[in-house]
Write a protein that binds this ligand. Structure first.
Ligand code: SF4
Length: 393
């Protein structure tokens, strides 16, 4: 720790928080979920894969939504189900399922993001026949009359499934309350992102990343309390700024980058001032309405307030526009395009988003990673050179 901040009480509070969230990140046995279930006898936990599911509905059914994000573990059984050259997350998720780590989950939701996840949902049904499994489809038509109608049916079907599982009703009031709690959580997340964009030296991306990852495991209220604690400590920080390049990171929306990769980017001289990891926690661009029909409110928020993401259809001319605007808003000096190895959605999007970034005059570079990447020297040199070129131009 910097000697100028070692005696800062906010640093001690921050260290304790970071230690907690790092423990959660490293725990591939889902201890936090098991603990939650012990405290809530009879309540269920439902896993979901990236990038987006309406966690509000799971919460309103009295269940714990749990982000399943694969992990860096040795793949033995996972390679029997998928080609070993594709992205890592489906194989590590199978491995987690087969080694019993996901036994604490009473069901799994596989959102519509790519063929790999679609196939994984089918495999899950075969591998775990006693467990609830849902392939969660989202519309790619954003008109209320077409995509909206389809999505409303999908959401009501999902609610009916959860009611069948729990034996209880998901009332509109419960759903409105859950929507309100997730709105509050998103506001805190956005406050943390805004603080990082303003003073990235007081909110290091490696810490922000762990706090976001904790949101995949903790109950929404516990995560909001954690965000409050962290924001308090970060706002009081006396850490000094460093001469680093401000960059936006894109391509990490599904398979999450390993923590050491985020640390490597920081050590290479990059302040990440925006990113697209853990998108489920930032999905809607503004609050979901808490008045009226809550299902229709979720439908409207998805259709009209979803962020640009490779899993969402955008016409070719629109690709990259949101990224360019975001880069301007957060004063990014360049863009780092990262993509999980063999990720079709990320790599198909990249040429179009890169072209938009280039037209806007923003420097950019790209690299591949996997959640099991262990060697970072090459990425460190590339990102370091990129940061130097920005600072020297
Ligand atoms: S990393 Fe890419 S290819 Fe792999 S499951 Fe996710 S979206 Fe699909």
């Amino acid at each position: 720790m910097d000697t100028r901040v070692a005696d800062d009480p906010s640093e001690r509070r921050r260290s304790a928080i970071v230690e907690r969230v790092e423990t959660l990140y490293c725990d591939l046995e889902f201890g936090a979920v098991r603990e939650w279930k012990t405290k809530h006898p009879g309540a269920r936990a439902i896993g979901y894969m990236p990038v987006y599911v309406p966690r509000e509905i799971i919460h309103a059914a009295g269940m714990l939504p749990v982000g399943v994000l694969g992990g860096d573990l040795e793949i033995v059984k996972g390679d029997a189900c998928f080609q070993s050259y594709i992205c890592h997350i489906p194989r590590s998720t199978i491995e987690l399922g087969m080694n019993g780590a996901l036994d604490c989950l009473d069901g799994m939701i596989f959102p519509s993001i790519c063929d790999v996840i679609r196939n994984l949902s089918g495999m899950w049904q075969i591998l775990f026949p006693g467990k609830y499994v849902r392939y969660f489809d989202v519309p790619q038509n954003f008109s209320d009359a077409i995509g909206g109608e389809f999505y409303e049916r999908e959401l009501r079907g999902f609610i009916a499934d959860l009611e069948g599982l729990s034996g209880g009703k998901v009332s509109d009031d419960a759903l409105r309350r859950s929507i309100g709690l997730y709105n509050e959580n998103r506001r805190r997340v956005e406050a943390m992102y805004a603080l990082r964009a303003e003073r990235p030296w007081v909110v290091p991306s490696s810490e922000l990343y762990l706090i976001m990852r904790a949101g995949a495991l903790l109950d929404v209220e516990a995560h909001s309390a954690l965000l409050d604690e962290y924001l308090d400590a970060a706002r009081a920080s006396r850490r000094p700024p460093l001469d680093m390049a401000r960059v936006a990171l894109r391509g990490t929306f599904c398979e999450q980058p390993p923590y050491e990769l985020v640390r490597t980017l920081e050590r290479s001289g990059c302040y990440i001032v925006d990113d697209d990891w853990m998108m489920v926690q930032r999905w809607y661009k503004s609050d979901v309405d808490t008045a009226g029909d809550p299902v229709k409110a979720l439908v409207g928020a998805f259709l009209h307030r979803s962020p640009a993401c490779p899993s969402i259809y955008l016409a070719e001319g629109e690709k990259g526009a949101e990224l360019v605007q975001c880069a301007r808003d957060v004063k990014a000096e360049g863009v780092l395009f990262a993509a999980p190895s063999f990720c079709d959605p990320a790599l198909l999007d990249q040429p179009m988003t890169q072209a938009a970034v280039a037209r806007a005059g923003l420097p950019h570079t790209s690299f591949l990673y996997s959640e099991s990447t262990g060697q970072f020297q090459v990425i460190r040199e590339q990102a370091g050179t990129f940061a130097d070129s920005i600072k020297l131009s």
